[in-house]
Design a protein around this ligand. Sequence first.
Ligand code: GAL
Length: 469
Amino acid sequence: MRMRNKYRKPTTLRCNAGTRCSFPVLVWSLVGCLLMLHLYSLVRHKDGVGGEIQTHMDHHHHLFRELEEVEEEDIQIPPPKGKRSPRAAKRRPKRPTTLIDEFLDESSQLRHVFFPDEKTAIHPMKDAMNDSFYYYPGRIWLDTDGNPIQAHGGGILYDEKSRKYYWYGEFKDGPTYRAHKKAAARVDIIGVGCYSSKDLWTWKHEGIVLAAEETDETHDLHKSNVLERPKVIYNEKTGKYVMWMHVDDANYTKASVGVAVSDSPTGPFDYLYSKRPHGFDSRDMTIFKDDDGVAYLIYSSEDNSELHVGPLNPDYLDMPHVMRKILVGQHREAPAVFKYQGTYYMITSGCTGWAPNEALAHASESILGTWETMGNPCIGGNKVFRQTTFFAQSTFVLPLPELPGSFIFVADRWNPADLRDSRYVWLPLTVGGAADQPLDYNFGFPLWSRVSIYWHKRWRLPYMRTENK
Ligand code: GAL
C-alpha cells in the first residue's frame, strides 16, 4: 500500500530497503533477499487468508485513498467581548483559553462547533440522493422515525441470519443530573437501545431491548444505578445472542459486569446476573469474539490502572479463572479491540470521565498479551483534535469486510451538560505502514503496523452510492 500523507510511514518493505539500511547491510539484504521475502510472506500470511486479502487490497487501492485523505481543521477561539480594564480582568474569573476548555464550558459560544444543532442533523429519510450515506461526525443523527439515535457507549453486531447490522448502546434520553455535588453527571438507566441497518447509515429503532428496573431498588438495573457500554455477540453453538455490559451503582463502587441473553438480536434480553470478573473490579469493558469462536472480556481494573483480559466459557455466559493483566500502570479505559491479519489491535482512552483525552493504539500477537503501545492513531484535524480523539472517546471498531484493512472507528462525543445530546464520531480507521513506536524489528521488519484514524468533516464508505440503496 502506498503512502497517502505526511503522517504515514513507508511500507515495511520500503522502509527496510530504503531508509534504515547502511551499505553493508544492503549487500547482505540482497544476498538474503529471496529468503527474506519468503519469510516476510510467511509472517504476513500466516493466517492462511493473507494472499486473498492482498489481492482485495490491491483491488480496492483507490477506495482506500478516499478514506485516507488528511483534512485539517482551523477552529478559532473567539476573542473576549469588548475591552476590559486590567483591574476588571483580575477580578473576573479567567475566560477559557483552550479548545478543550471551550468544549467543556457549557456557556461557550463555540459549543455549536462540537454540538451542531438539529438544523444540520443527519436525516436518512430526508437526505435523499446528494447527501446519502455521508457521515458527519458530531452532528445529530436521526433514526428512521426522525428521533436522535440513542446508542451511546455502543457496539455493533453483524447478524449473518438477518444480514443486518445491529447497533446497541446506552439509551440516555432522560435528564442529566448529579447524584451529589462531587458525583459525575449521569442519566438514570433507561436501558439498552437497539437499532438495525443494512447500510450502516439508515438506522431503524428496534426498541429498548434490555430495560431498567423501575421499582425493585435491589436490582442491578434499578434506574438509580449505572448500565454502560453494552456489547452483544452471537453464540453459534447455543444460537443465543449474549450481551455483556458494565453494571455499577451511582458512585461506581460496585464495578461489575452484567450478562443478559436473548434468542433474537432485537431482544428482549433476559438479564442473568452481575459479578466482579475474576474477583476484580471492572469498569469500562468490551467483548471480542475471535475467528475461532472463542470470546474474551477486556476490562479496566485495579481502579482503572490496568486492563484485564480473559476468555469466556463456550456458552459466553460466564468465564473460567483464566486472566492476564495487560497495559499495567498505563491507566487506560474505553477499550475497542479488533483483529487484522492475525494481529490483535486495541484503541483505548485515558481516564478523564466524560472529558475527552488522547487515544492510544496497542497491538499484540495474542489477545492475552504481551500488548505493546504504539502511540496516538489520530490523523488530521488539528493538534487539539488529535490530542482529544477528535473530542470523543473510543467505544468500538467495526471491520468492513468489503474493504479488508479498513474499519469504522466508533466513538462517543460526550456532552456532560446534557448526556442525551452526546454525539457519535464515526471515522475511517486503517491498518498499514510502520508503527510510530515501539520501533522493534523482527528479521529487519518493523514488528507492528500503524493504526490510523482519519479526521473527516464528512465522509462515506467508498462503495456506498445512492444507487445501492
Ligand atoms: C468515562 C467512561 C464512561 C463513563 C464516564 C462516567 O471514563 O469511559 O463510560 O463511565 O467515565 O464519568
